[in-house]
Structure formats: C-alpha cells, structure tokens
Design a protein around this ligand. Structure first.
Ligand SMILES: Nc1ncnc2c1ncn2[C@@H]1O[C@H](COP(=O)(O)OP(=O)(O)O)[C@@H](O)[C@H]1O
Ligand SMILES: [Mg+2]
Length: 290
C-alpha cells in the first residue's frame, strides 16, 4: 500500500526507493479505534486579535500518521498550539483522546505528559549531554531510581539509533543527530501522541530521509499516533496515512495522500506545484480582514 503511495510521488521515487525499506516490508495493521486521537470541531483560533484559522474540523484516527501541510504562515503551528493547550480556541471544540484540552494549568500538565512534542528548532539544552537532555523529562515527571532512568535513556537513544552519542553535547552533534536526540527526548515519557512541527527544517536531504523514516517506524513500532506539520510536501506524503492542507486560514483538503495527488482544487494544485501565483494569497486576506 505504501509502495503505491510512493508511485504517485514520481518526482521523488529516489526518496521512496532509498527510504521505504527502512520502515519495514510488512506494516502491522493500524491501531484504529473508533475514537479519534484528536478531534477538532469547527475551531477558530485567534492570535493578537486576528483570526489565524477558522472553521477547522478534523479527526486524526488513532494509530495514524496525519500530515498537516500548508504554506508558511498559514497557521500550522497555531493549530498545534491548540492541541497542546497553549492557545484556547475562540470558537469550537478541541479534544485529545476523547477529552477536551483542559484549561487549568494542573490538568494541562497532566495532559501534556501524553503528548510528545518536537517543536521547530530542537530546544536541546546546550550544557547537557544528549543523554542528560533525554533524562530531563524523566527526572521532572517521575521518581525513577538512577539505574532505571539510565536504562530508559539508553532505550530512547537506541530507538533513534544514537546510543553512541549519549555523552556528546549538542554542539558535537550534526543537525540530523541533534534532531534525533530531540525526538528521543520527546519520546521519553512514552506519549501515545507525537506532534512534529517542521521536523525537516534545516536538514539536508539524507538527514531528512532518516528523520521521516524514523517518524514512520516509531509510529508503527510503538503504536503511536503522529501529527506531522510541514511545508515539505514530497518528503512528508510518503509516510502519512492522512493529509490535511491548510491555506488561507481554512482546511483546503482532507483525505488520503493518493487523493491529494489527484485533487484538482486550484489551491491544492498551487501548493503542490509551488506556483507563486494562484488562489493562495500569501499576503493572506484572512489576516487583513480579521
Ligand atoms: N503569538 C502570536 N501573536 C500574533 N500573531 C501570531 C503569533 N504567532 C503566530 N502569529 C501569526 O499567525 C500566523 C500563522 O502563524 P503560524 O501558525 O506560525 O504559521 P505556520 O506554522 O503555518 O508557518 C502568522 O501570520 C503569524 O504571524
Ligand atoms: Mg510553523
């Protein structure tokens, strides 16, 4: 099934050929339960008095990898901030694992333990080693004895293929390695939902392929649900089950990667083709009106 998806991304068949085997020949069935991992119902998000996105309704099935694509500034990170509870919706409902995102800070902290977030930029602490960075959330949120903590850190490093980098400082890591350490840290508390905000920013094509393969492999192997926010369409599509395209403050497409490739919606085509002129107003009228 995945191979067919790659076939649609003909421009990137080299990417497919090199990276498909990395995440397994036979993929286990998705852990699809009836309740979505994330639900947005008619959501409006406002920042600084401006409506950034409006009328957003979507379901992220448990076990899936969902890509949220769209041009820079269209509100992708803003959408994520509604999932983490950083931003309360001005209208509509946001649920994570069947529960409304809480408003009180204590409940929010509890919920965030179940969210692994890899934000734009790695956010690694420069005076801590890779291992110490990964241990940080475990030290903060658990009372595990040091030997257990060490073992868990090793397991997370192993999961991202960086066991040997445990004692290296962020300045000693390549961009791709640093991103993988940040990913391991996001996984530290075994969250069932992973959110990646522009995981490829600043990475070369090989490191990008490694990160995307890792996101896919971890999702399958650990039975996670993943949301990948990106403007890197052709790198992201091959690993995802669902795609949401945001543009001009709205959901312009919501469906499978195959359907996206065949969409004749002008906004979607403009975004996929990277055309400078078209219905996507990069100086967004949504912002001017709001
Ligand atoms: N804290 C904020 N206050 C006011 N406006 C913001 C804030 N954060 C982002 N924005 C605006 O919201 C819009 C969407 O931003 P963002 O969600 O970061 O887009 P994307 O992640 O798709 O590139 C942009 O116009 C940006 O300037
Ligand atoms: Mg962003």
């Amino acid at each position: 099934m995945k191979a067919q998806r790659f076939a649609h991304c003909s421009r990137h068949s080299a990417f497919a050929k090199h990276h498909l085997p990395l995440f397994g020949q036979s993929l286990p069935a998705l852990n699809r339960s009836s309740a979505p991992a994330v639900l947005l119902d008619n959501v409006r998000l406002v920042r600084g008095g401006r409506t950034i996105v409006d009328d957003i309704s979507l379901r992220v099935p448990a076990g899936s990898i969902t890509a949220v694509l769209g041009p820079s500034g269209c509100g992708k990170s803003t959408l994520l901030s509604a999932l983490t509870g950083e931003l309360q919706p001005a209208r509509g409902r946001v649920e994570v694992f069947g529960q409304a995102v809480p408003q009180t800070s204590k409940a929010l902290l509890e919920m965030r333990k179940r969210l692994g977030v890899l934000l734009q930029g790695n956010g690694l602490l420069t005076d801590l080693t890779a291992g110490e960075n990964i241990a940080l959330p475990l030290r903060t949120h658990t009372d595990l004895p040091p030997p257990v903590l060490d073992k868990l850190v090793d397991m997370k490093l192993h999961a991202v293929g960086l066991l040997a980098a445990r004692d290296l400082y962020p300045r000693e890591l390549s961009g791709g390695m640093a991103r993988r350490v940040a990913l391991a840290r996001a996984l530290a508390l075994d969250p069932p939902l992973m959110i990646y905000d522009e995981p490829l920013t600043g990475l070369d094509p090989i490191a990008s392929g490694v990160i995307m393969s890792l996101i896919a492999r971890l999702n399958r192997a650990l039975g996670l649900t993943s949301i990948v926010v990106s403007h890197h369409v052709h790198e992201t599509l091959p690993i995802c089950d669902h795609v949401v395209v945001l543009a001009n403050g709205r959901v312009m497409f919501n469906g499978s990667p195959e359907a996206l490739q065949h969409s004749d919606e002008p906004l979607v085509r403009q975004f996929l083709n990277g055309a400078p002129d078209g219905p996507i107003a990069f100086d967004s009228p949504v912002r001017k009106q709001a």
